[in-house]
Design a protein around this ligand. Structure first.
Ligand SMILES: O=P(O)(O)OC[C@H]1O[C@H](OP(=O)(O)OP(=O)(O)O)[C@H](O)[C@@H]1O
Ligand SMILES: Nc1nc2[nH]cnc2c(=O)[nH]1
Ligand SMILES: [Mg+2]
Length: 172
């Protein structure tokens, strides 16, 4: 039987989003800010985060998938959709739902720098420590968790549970 245990409520998520959005806005005052969400998992987080940003910014998405994984990362990152905007001279905030091994991010940071971004900062909803392999610098972190498999608020297990408004541990 599949069991969902609450980890973060909607209120806990939104309180941190407001604080992090304020910090991103302060740090990027006067800069060409592009907020880039990593599909699919970050789609809900990005939508809530940008509505709390108080300076002008543009928005885009990049599609990435660590293929072959169910609850395991395979070690390969595939870019399934590239950014459409021109990144020359841009200050990018790359928005992730969860950082686990760090593999997806380390691949995407290099890719965005190669596309011409002046700076690439990382904003993640969840920083999960358990399986970190790549030491990526996380500039804006909403919540830290140690272990377990998470679903909800954009984050899936086998494409299910993304629609849940809060965050849960899943056990099957
Ligand atoms: O730090 P890592 O070990 O690389 O794992 C984190 C990535 O894994 C998940 O995406 P996934 O590739 O499962 O695709 P999805 O966003 O479409 O669900 C999650 O959304 C992150 O993007
Ligand atoms: N759904 C889900 N995907 C992940 N990808 C890397 N870590 C996780 C996790 O805890 N949950
Ligand atoms: Mg993802």
């Amino acid at each position: 039987m599949t069991e969902l245990t609450p980890v973060l409520s909607e209120e806990q998520i939104h309180t941190r989003i407001k604080a992090v959005a304020q910090k991103i806005s302060e740090d990027h005052e006067g800069k060409n800010l592009i907020m880039i969400g990593v599909l699919k998992g970050a789609f809900i987080f990005l939508a809530d985060l940008v509505r709390q940003i108080s300076i002008p910014c543009t928005i885009d998405f990049i599609g990435a998938s660590s293929y072959g994984k169910e609850k395991m990362s395979s070690g390969h990152v595939l870019i399934t959709k590239d950014v459409d905007l021109n990144l020359d001279g841009a200050h990018v905030v790359l928005v992730e739902d969860i950082v686990d091994t760090g593999l997806t991010l380390s691949h995407l940071i290099k890719h965005l720098e190669n596309r011409g971004a002046v700076s690439v900062k990382i904003c993640t909803l969840l920083d999960k420590h358990e399986r970190r392999e790549n030491n990526v610098p996380l500039d804006y972190v909403c919540h830290t968790i140690q272990e377990g498999f998470i679903v909800g608020y954009g984050i899936d297990y086998a494409e299910k549970y993304r629609h849940l408004p809060a965050i849960y541990h899943i056990q099957s």
